[in-house]
Design a protein around this ligand. Structure first.
Ligand code: AMP
Ligand code: ZN
Length: 453
């Protein structure tokens, strides 16, 4: 597989540290709200990477953290007058609801900051002891100038950073590029005891600690959104490589999801929650949509684009239904499979992989029209969609109550038609359409399916 490595700004052949194994670390969410569509992008992308690597025979160790203590979590807890741990618990649970809906496989480890405090204290203590850090009034800062090549990931130069900095920086810091490892507690804040007084970890230190503890001394692939490259990932490298050894061999960054050319962000208020979009369109469409462009490209978000993606996904679903109806079986391979796999091997080009799915569907439709049976069409369609994690059987996504409601309406419509009450039949069809149900009158009676996941 070729991977574009942000560290070298080059596409490189992937070589694991330990043959047959891959360790992946992906920065996770700060849990104080539901995830938005932009947040979903890295989780879908890196889950697809994992699926592809496992398909090619690797054993993957996949680790993703939860930032479960932070100013935003504390503020939210204060607003609701509950404990910060309740906020974190709630949104971790909600995170998993969306993750499961998006068919993202569970990581091997989900470490949380508040459960790794001892290890974090060890690393901060070590960095202080070795002269990479200094303490001022109970807060410990990393001294960026002590790092060997600070800026190597984001290609920023420490002198330029200093020159470009505004004057109103924290006067306790020796240099503007220095960053917090351990933060002295303010009154009434959750805090842990440390050699420097009560406090809590800075944001970046958790990933340095967790990646090494749960993946290994050097991570094969470190992932996250490109908005994290600087300063977060730069600081992770500085901390870990000051401790010793290389932190990560390959850095992969997904591009941003945009709304009207602006990054979708909680803080800017221009976000759409995964939960709300899923209610309207179903989770599988979200996954399909996020994979429809290459992960490094920016991706625009609008309902218009979602609808266009939905029409595409529906073409694939319809093709599959027709293949099932044709009863040609499910076995073998077409030429499209190799094109699909080649696309993924090329820096996880899911856009080209999805083109291969459409090419396959086009050929399958021709074969269906000409009635030239071939079991490889269904086999390949399922193979490709499985590998992308895109669920095609959309009936699996609704509950029994919905199914019985739909079936009652379908039966009522059948009866209306029998009674030649066309107005009522049309009305019932419209009602079903508005529920996202499409009906087809066939020789074997009325069949229905969902037009959304
Ligand atoms: P956060 O909870 O903001 O730290 O973000 C969690 C993950 O979502 C990180 O990997 C971010 O890089 C990613 N992310 C946040 N906003 C966007 C966006 N608009 N588009 C793509 N990825 C994003
Ligand atoms: Zn991180």
């Amino acid at each position: 597989m070729k991977i574009y490595n942000t560290l070298t700004r080059k596409k490189e052949g992937f070589v694991p540290i330990k043959p047959g194994n891959v360790g992946i670390y992906v920065c996770g969410p700060t849990v104080y709200n539901f995830i938005h569509m932009g947040n979903a992008r890295p989780y879908v992308v890196f889950d697809t990477l994992r699926r592809y690597l496992e398909f090619t025979g690797f054993t993957v160790t996949f680790v993703q953290n939860f930032t479960d203590i932070d100013d935003k979590i504390i503020n939210k807890a204060n607003e609701e007058n509950i404990n910060y741990t309740d906020i974190a618990e709630r949104y971790i649970e909600e995170f998993f609801t969306d993750i499961d809906g998006l068919n993202i496989r569970r990581a091997n480890f989900y470490p949380r900051v508040t459960e790794e405090i001892d290890e974090i204290l060890d690393l901060v203590g070590f960095l202080l002891g070795e002269g990479f850090a200094y303490e001022v009034k109970g807060t410990v800062y990393f001294d960026a100038r002590k790092a060997t090549d600070y800026g190597k990931l984001s290609k920023k130069n420490i002198d330029d950073l200093e020159a470009g900095a505004r004057v109103d920086v924290n006067p306790d810091k020796r240099s503007t590029s220095d960053f917090v490892l351990w933060k002295a507690a303010k009154p009434h804040e959750p805090a842990w005891e440390s050699p420097w007084g009560w406090g809590r970890p800075g944001w970046h230190i958790e990933c340095s600690v967790m990646a090494r503890k749960y993946v290994g001394q050097t991570v094969d692939i470190h992932g996250g959104g490109e908005d994290l490259m600087f300063p977060h990932h730069e600081n992770e490298i500085a901390q870990s490589e000051a401790e010793g050894g290389i932190f990560a061999n390959y850095w992969m960054h997904n591009g941003m999801l945009l709304v009207d050319n602006q990054k979708m962000a909680k803080s800017d208020g221009n976000f759409f929650l995964v939960r709300d979009i899923a209610r309207k369109y179903g989770y599988p469409l979200i996954r399909f949509y996020l994979l429809s462009v290459h992960y490094r490209s920016p991706l625009n978000f609008s309902e218009e684009l979602l609808n266009a993606a939905n029409a595409g996904l529906e073409r694939i679903r319809e093709c599959r239904r027709n293949l099932l109806d044709a009863g040609w079986g499910n076995d073998g391979e077409t030429a499209h499979r190799q094109a699909f796999l080649d696309a993924l091997a090329d820096d996880l080009n899911t856009a080209n992989a999805i083109s291969a799915v459409f090419d396959l569907a086009k050929d399958a439709n021709v074969a269906l029209r000409e009635n030239t049976a071939n079991p490889a069409f269904l086999a390949d369609l399922d193979f490709m969609c499985d590998l992308l994690g895109v669920v095609l059987e959309n009936d699996g996504n609704i509950n029994d109550a919905d199914v019985s409601e739909i079936e009652v309406l379908v039966t009522q419509r059948d009866e209306a038609k029998k009674a030649k009450n066309w107005a009522l039949a049309d009305e019932l069809r419209d009602k079903l359409t508005s529920m996202g149900v499409e009906i087809k009158d066939t020789r074997d009676g009325t069949k229905w399916h969902l037009t959304r996941g």
